[in-house]
Design a protein around this ligand. Sequence first.
Ligand SMILES: [Zn+2]
Length: 112
Amino acid sequence: MSNLSEKELQNLKEQLEKEAGELEAQFGVVSKTPEMGSDVESDFSEEADEAEELSNNLGMQDTLKSRLQDIEAALDKMAQGKYGKCEKCGMDIEPEVLKANPESRLCKMCKA
Ligand SMILES: [Zn+2]
């Protein structure tokens, strides 16, 4: 478990749920399950090529979708008691990082 207090965790959870709700409203997705482990990295270069063909609107949808997936992943981890661990090095993510950005997946060091 992370070095967050029960109360801080609860606050972050509420923040995440609120954000997820707002994003879903923007995105128009209600009950679609995100494709977990989708090719996030290769997506990036492919999208660069297709970028010219894509409208801004589509790019916006992608941004919303990936943020929503991050938030859902964070909520998932909370449910499993694994929240607050860096996905890269396995260390606790600094509380100030989580407070600024509750869906963070990486600690300060790995992000840098
Ligand atoms: Zn790390």
